[in-house]
Write a new protein. Structure first.
Lengths: 641, 265
């Protein structure tokens, strides 16, 4: 429903904006001069058109428009695909979609193989001339098997009868298929089918596991025919499967062929038995000849015109089937671009862009589902709040050795098995957070974890990098001493450090925060250094003349003067940290947005992958906008000094 | 004795190419308290080097320079400096810039606020206290720089082409301001300039310096600065003596420049 409204809305918006834009071109005065850069200013309406096009392309190629307007089309196409799948084997026997009869191409292929093997035998240095003669006689005999199958006079009546039988069944199916009330469904059957349809759910529905509360894979295409038209195809497909099985069980083996091939097989068998161990080459050739003979035996090779009626019947069914599809064919062509629904065996799936490009509606629904803290992803919500006792934080901040250095001993249990608390024990409880205070809300979840890692890595990087960078910008010793260290590790792509750091510091937060600290540290050092060494000498001279001490110059002149570089550095560092973090979470971890994407990848949950991509983009944008705001607020003089 | 005394001041630089440049050679002069000295000369004659040594930003190769009998060794509050481009701290407002020196001395903010207001009024920037400095025009920036330097009550004010980057009209106004401040505060001032007219107008004494090696070529004692306190500056420029002096100095500098060019070729 929403998709339908959205599609129309987008359509009208695009048309409206284009009309508005065209009017603007005529009325805007500055537009008179081509090349005036002001002609590129404004244009919100074109932004709307651009975004609308993106959304429209997404809606169209993810087949969401098809889903919005024809929610049952995928299910129907699945039934059609089932018919095609069932008919495929039979159709391939005839030049319907192929260029020649299957029999013709089989004969051509096996003849070619025989000639190949014959040439090899004749040119072989390892075979004696006697062996060659024997092997070539086998090839001749194999070749002579083919006419026994293709000779119409040799075709047995029994086989003829069976072919007519199958043809009759196909014709009957076609007749029935054309009837409007085929497949003659009874009331209880109808009710059962509708119940099954209800249970299975709709196209692209995501189910939540009632037990664990986590999301399961999405139902790609429902299999149970939901519509009457679908049922028709579904039933026809089942019947066709039986017919096709019957045909492929049929063998065109007349008595002459049977005796000839038995003779050949026995002859080769005894020949191979009598060969010595050192005549392995001859044995292999003989084996290959038998293989070809066997392939001829089990290929469905028939006389040229024996299957004509059957071919006509299949074409007739094809036409009837296409007629019955009606409007569905146009839906398939126009609303399922770059792919369609395919069936293989009992299951149907989307093939093409609809598979890896999730539908906006599905993605939205899944996002809403995942945002629910009770569902989340892998039992952890995306972003939620939990109540944490303040005592836990106190226990985290206070080091445990405070209790150790106090005089006295920790309490020891008495012989009655009672532990009597003493002062030292009480302090230990406090420093380990083993007490109750009041609770405060603390955010947690995948998004929060990722955010916190970036934030901590960045803060540590700034706290150490900025002073060190300023120091390096002002002091010959510091620059010389720290430069080799930084220049050695900085050019290495941060991710190259990830495996090492994660295996040393663990897959938890420590490793990732340290990795991000490394990323931000080098950027902060370089930017702070550039800021410090870029300070105008006259400003420093002025500050000296005004009586500022070294420390005061550092705090009141060099630091504020480096602020634009430092803040720009922070902005760069945030971007780098964000990119590195997601990849680091790919490598190892149990929480975080990158972790979610990595797991989703393993289960082919394309919607989740796109959701995580979207979340990462939005968070990255949020960071950047926030920093840009901060920069504009704190250093309005930038570029104006 | 609040005099500035220079004895055998020598400054030798080494260029990156390895050549030695004699920026200042055996400079001897004495500047009495309350005098206004203007220094003029072609580029490369060591004007700015002299100023930087006096300010304490660089150490001379040999010789010494004393202020109040104290050898100058490093920058100090008693020698205020005004730069060509203002060198204002653009992260501070006008008032904060002016207040900078007092804040570094950790003076009482209430008292300093009063002083800042006074000085802003003297330099004609009343009401601009809260303006960010990057929004000011060049002339206004120089006024802030003057106030920032003077609020510290230095014994000696060093001005390195303070009016060089200003347009003609603003320049004239600023010249009057410099004279006014000189008169009202009675400070010793060294002003370096490129403009012969400015050097004549403002200088109670005038040194014309010559390059290679940098030295004092000629010394003048001029009446125009005292005249300028009473008269309009434009009137002085019409003075016959003024024109003669101007032509004489221009000729002198012109010859020096020609000499350098000849040497170069």
């Amino acid at each position: 429903m929403l998709t339908q409204i959205l599609t129309f809305l987008i359509f009208f918006t695009v048309v409206g904006c284009i009309l508005y834009g065209r009017r603007l071109i005529r009325t805007e005065k500055i537009d008179a001069v081509f090349g005036n850069p002001e002609r590129a200013l404004g244009g919100t309406h074109w932004v709307i058109v651009g975004s609308s096009f993106l959304l429209l392309i997404w809606l169209y190629y993810s087949w969401d428009i098809a889903k919005g307007f024809y929610p049952k089309s995928a299910n129907e196409l699945c039934q059609v695909a089932k018919v095609n799948d069932s008919l495929l084997g039979l159709k391939y026997q005839f030049p319907i979609e192929e260029r020649e009869f299957k029999s013709t191409s089989q004969i051509k292929k096996e003849n070619k193989n025989l000639i190949l093997i014959q040439n090899e035998i004749q040119n072989s240095d390892e075979l004696s001339s006697q062996q060659k003669t024997i092997l070539i006689s086998y090839i001749k005999k194999t070749n002579q098997l083919i006419p026994l199958l293709t000779n119409e006079d040799l075709l047995e009546n029994d086989t003829k009868q069976k072919i007519d039988d199958i043809t009759g069944k196909i014709n009957l199916l076609t007749e029935n298929f054309k009837k409007p009330d085929y497949p003659f469904e009874t009331e209880p059957e109808l009710n059962k089918r509708l119940k099954d349809v209800n249970e299975e759910g709709g196209w692209g529905i995501t189910k939540v596991d009632a037990g664990s509360g986590s999301i399961e894979n999405t139902l790609e295409v429902p299999l149970v025919p939901a519509t009457y038209r679908g049922l028709k195809f579904h039933t026809a497909a089942q019947e066709l499967n039986l017919i096709s099985d019957e045909f492929f069980k049929l063998r065109n083996h007349n008595p002459q062929f049977k005796s000839k091939i038995k003779e050949l097989k026995d002859e080769i068998k005894s020949y191979r038995k009598n060969l010595n161990d050192n005549e392995e080459v001859a044995s292999t050739y003989a084996k290959n000849i038998v293989k070809i003979a066997r392939r001829i035996e089990f290929a469905s090779i028939y006389p040229p015109n024996a299957l004509d009626k059957m071919q006509a019947a299949i074409i007739k069914f094809e036409n009837a089937q296409k007629d019955a599809q009606g409007g569905l064919r146009f839906i398939d062509i126009f609303l399922f671009p770059a792919g369609t629904i395919v069936a293989s065996g009992p299951s149907c799936s989307e093939q093409g862009s609809g598979r890896w490009l999730p539908k906006p509606s599905d993605t939205f629904n899944k996002f809403i589902l995942m945002s629910k803290p009770s569902i989340g992803y892998k039992d952890i919500p995306l972003l939620w709040i939990q109540m944490v006792d303040v005592s836990k934080m106190i226990g985290f901040i206070l080091p445990d050795w405070i209790a150790d250095i106090l005089p006295g001993e920790y309490p020891v249990h008495t012989k009655d098995g009672i532990v009597k608390q003493n002062f030292k024990g009480g302090v230990l409880k406090i420093v380990t957070g083993d007490f109750n205070l009041f609770k405060v809300p603390v955010p947690y979840g995948h998004i929060w974890d990722s955010f916190l890692r970036v934030f901590l890595g960045l803060v540590f990087g700034i706290l150490i990098g900025v002073p060190l960078g300023l120091f390096m910008g002002l002091n010959r010793f510091a620059k010389g001493f720290f430069d080799p260290l930084i220049e050695l590790y900085r050019p290495v792509p941060p991710l190259a450090w990830a495996p090492l750091i994660i295996s040393v510091l663990g897959i938890d937060n420590t490793g990732k925060v340290f990795l991000l600290f490394m990323v931000s540290l080098s950027i902060m050092i370089i930017s702070a250094r550039a800021g410090a060494s870029g300070t105008q000498l006259s400003k420093i001279h002025a500050a000296h003349s005004l009586g500022a001490s070294k420390k005061q110059i550092l705090i009141h002149v060099i630091f504020p003067n480096s602020l634009p570089e430092i803040l720009t550095g922070i902005r760069v560092a945030v971007g780098m940290c964000w990119g590195t973090l997601v990849a680091a979470e790919f490598l190892a971890g149990t929480t975080g947005i990158g972790f979610v994407e990595n797991v989703a990848k393993k289960y082919f949950q394309y919607e989740v992958i796109w959701i995580t991509i979207f979340i990462m983009g939005m968070l990255g944008l949020l960071f950047d906008i926030t920093l840009r705001k901060i920069i504009n607020k704190t250093i309005p003089w930038r570029g104006k000094g | 004795m609040n005099d500035l005394i220079s004895q055998n001041l020598n400054m030798i630089f080494k260029t990156p190419k390895g050549e030695t440049v004699h920026a200042l050679k055996d400079l001897n002069f004495t500047l009495k308290k309350g005098e206004l000295l203007t220094v003029l000369g072609p580029s490369g004659c060591g004007k700015t080097t002299l100023l930087n040594i006096t300010a304490g930003f660089i150490r001379p190769t040999s010789g010494n320079i004393t202020l109040n009998n104290k050898e100058i060794d490093g920058p100090g509050v008693e020698r205020g400096m005004v730069f060509q481009q203002g060198a204002l701290f653009e992260w501070l407002t006008v008032a904060e810039n002016v207040n900078f020196g007092l804040r570094m001395k950790k003076e009482d903010p209430v008292k300093t606020q009063k002083k800042v207001d006074e000085w802003l009024e003297i330099v004609g920037l009343k009401g601009f206290g809260n303006t960010p400095t990057y929004q000011l025009s060049g002339g206004m920036q120089q006024r802030v720089a003057l106030a920032r330097c003077l609020i510290n009550d230095p014994d000696l004010i060093l001005m390195d082409e303070p009016l060089g980057a200003l347009d003609a009209l603003t320049r004239e106004k600023m010249q009057s301001l410099v004279l006014k401040i000189w008169k009202e505060t009675g400070k010793t001032i060294i002003l370096i300039t490129h403009s012969v007219e400015e050097a004549l107008l403002l200088g109670e004494r005038l040194y014309v310096m010559a390059p290679r090696p940098g030295r004092i070529h000629k010394e003048y004692n001029l009446p125009f600065a005292s005249m300028g306190l009473k008269e309009d500056l434009r009137e002085i420029k019409k003075n016959k003596e003024f024109s003669e002096k101007r032509e004489e100095i221009l000729e002198m500098i012109w010859n020096m420049e020609e000499e350098i060019m000849g040497k170069d070729n």
